[in-house]
Design a protein around this ligand. Structure first.
Ligand code: MLC
Ligand code: AMP
Length: 494
């Protein structure tokens, strides 16, 4: 059996593990189906030997079956973003050398041509399920388990590979730090190709024996209904979701608002992360619901690194202290550790929670570590024992609604537009998205460009959340003496 032993998934518990729509699934049911799925994946093989199996599905019983089935059969799980454009998928599938893609009927049409062209077998969960569970391999903890794609300062997203051991460390530290128990019930509406949804919510929930209520998307009225009914005691989201909830509150009557706020008030924990939670939002949420948001800091490559305390002061605008098992140190520009408070430096991390490698990219892996420390590129300061994130060392990374986006990747696509001669993309502070993708564009002689036409052109060429929110036409981009675009200059122009 796997070294990632999710205790409840192996003791045939009759507790409810998952709720999807009107149907509840017990741990015992989920476990049995995972075993049948793993058996079907194996076919005649004894062990998938780290075969990369991609899957394209929203949060669902099928998703959990697939993820754990791949793990138990010895494969590497490659969960994909169901909002991806086909050209983005091509890169993920090719760079990970995926051999099989699991997707149900509703998505197969979108994927068929691409899978055929890449010689990838496209099958549904039902196609794979064996009639009965057979014997499954022993999986050593050091083996690769999961690959998630992350945008970087280079052109194309990289595959972040975690082992079973890494994932286990990421989960167990949170189980203790945030006091997960089998009595917890949590909604899951975040996308399941990122660790916030996969590790912090789904995996912690299933490890703890809790109940995870699955939503295919962030459906405010449906989720609010359950909050009013008192279904949940834990809630985790990105700051944009708290903003969107507050915007929604403005559209409903006072009695309904009170019921929703009371539902939040009764919970044991509300968490914010994946992007900075503005102090204003922290205070608004407290005023509305009485909940003191627990803000924490993490990254695809490290899981969660720093967290405000479950018991103790949760400080607005700060992310707290390193989690147990996570070594965290700030470094200055000369790679010297910063030992005093109030001096900013780059966050570097060590620990069992840190990923193994960027897939098939030794150069990027080696570059991202210094003396055994993983260099996050995030700058922080320690004030009175609390870490506060100050920003990132690269202007080419944008965090929009919790998604990490590469400015260079978006620029690369925009440059293929016939009328664009040069382009620079930056993130501009925004109340809803945290940062909003903004494109500065110079058009070719005689050409014109309207925002709506550009947006339409982008459709299908990039995931919709990457499409610039604003287009600013300029004659020429500001450049330094070396000819490099000076992005801070663009921010100043605004
Ligand atoms: C949606 N849209 C976005 C967007 N999400 N635009 C910019 N940034 C985003 N993040 C746009 C769509 O393109 C669409 O545009 C319009 O908003 C409505 O789309 P939607 O899908 O209906 O929006 P909604 O469901 O409200 O989505 C918002 C959201 C979503 C906040 C729920 O963005 C989301 O789930 N974000 C979380 C991402 C996440 O899990 N990050 C964790 C990474 S892990 P139009 O023009 O077509 O109408 C990590 C580590 C850590 O960061 O620390 O956790
Ligand atoms: P990702 O690569 O998508 O996992 O995003 C990780 C990045 O999100 C980090 O490197 C930070 O820049 C950012 N991030 C996560 N949590 C926080 C937080 N609480 N405050 C500020 N930035 C955060």
């Amino acid at each position: 059996m796997s070294e990632i032993p999710f205790p409840y998934l192996q003791n045939d518990s009759d507790r409810v593990a998952l709720i999807e729509g009107d149907v509840s699934y017990t741990y015992s049911t989920v476990n049995a189906r995972i075993n049948r799925f793993a058996t079907g994946l194996l076919g005649d093989q004894e062990d998938l030997q780290e075969e990369r199996i991609a899957f394209f599905m929203p949060a669902s019983f099928d998703y959990v079956t697939t993820m754990h089935g791949v793990w138990r059969a010895g494969g590497i799980a490659v969960p994909l973003n169901v909002a991806s454009a086909v050209s983005e998928l091509d890169h993920y599938l090719t760079s990970a050398s995926v051999t099989r893609m699991i997707a149900n009927a509703e998505y197969q049409e979108t994927l068929r041509e691409l899978c055929d062209s890449l010689n990838i077998q496209l099958v549904s969960v039902e196609d794979v399920l064996a009639d009965e569970a057979g014997s499954l391999p022993e999986i050593a903890a050091e083996r690769r388990a999961m690959m998630l794609f992350t945008s970087g300062t280079t052109n194309k997203p990289k595959g972040v590979v975690c082992t079973h051991h890494t994932i286990r460390a990421q989960i167990t530290t949170l189980i203790d730090a945030w006091a997960w128990t089998e009595d917890d019930v949590i909604p899951l509406f975040l996308p399941l190709h990122h660790i916030h949804g996969i590790v912090n919510i789904l995996s912690c929930g299933l490890w703890a024996g809790a109940t995870v209520h699955l939503f295919a998307k962030f459906d405010i009225p449906k989720i609010s209904e359950q909050i009013v009914a008192g279904t949940y005691n834990v809630f985790m989201a990105v700051p944009t979701i708290y903003v969107k909830l507050i915007q929604y509150f403005d559209t409903i009557d006072a009695a309904e608002l009170q019921k929703i706020c009371d539902g939040f008030k009764d919970m044991r924990l509300n968490i914010s992360g994946s992007a900075a939670c503005p102090v204003k939002l922290f205070n608004q949420w407290k005023d509305l619901t009485g909940q003191v948001l627990l803000e924490r800091y993490g990254m695809t490559e490290i899981g969660m690194g720093i967290s405000n305390p479950y018991n103790g002061e949760r400080r607005a605008g700060a992310v707290g202290q390193p989690l147990p098992g996570v070594e965290c140190q700030l470094f200055d520009e000369y790679d010297s550790p910063i030992t005093e408070e109030a001096i900013p430096g780059e966050i570097r991390i060590k620990g069992d929670n840190v990923f193994l490698e960027y897939w098939d990219n030794d150069a990027a892996t080696n570059e991202s570590f210094k003396d055994g420390w993983f260099c996050t590129g995030d700058v922080a300061v320690v004030e009175d024992g609390y870490y506060r994130i100050m920003g990132r060392s690269s202007v080419d990374i944008i965090k929009s609604g919790g998604y990490k986006l590469s400015a260079l990747e978006i620029e690369g696509t925009l440059l293929t537009h016939d009328d664009i001669s040069e382009v620079a993309v930056i993130g501009v502070e925004d109340d809803t998205w945290g940062e909003a993708v903004t494109a500065f564009v110079a058009v070719k002689d005689g050409a014109t460009l309207e925002y709506d036409a550009l947006k339409q052109w982008c459709d299908g060429k990039m995931s919709s959340y990457k499409i610039p929110k604003t287009l600013i036409l300029i004659d020429a981009l500001p450049r330094n003496a070396m000819g490099k675009v000076t992005k801070p200059g663009l921010k100043e122009m605004l």
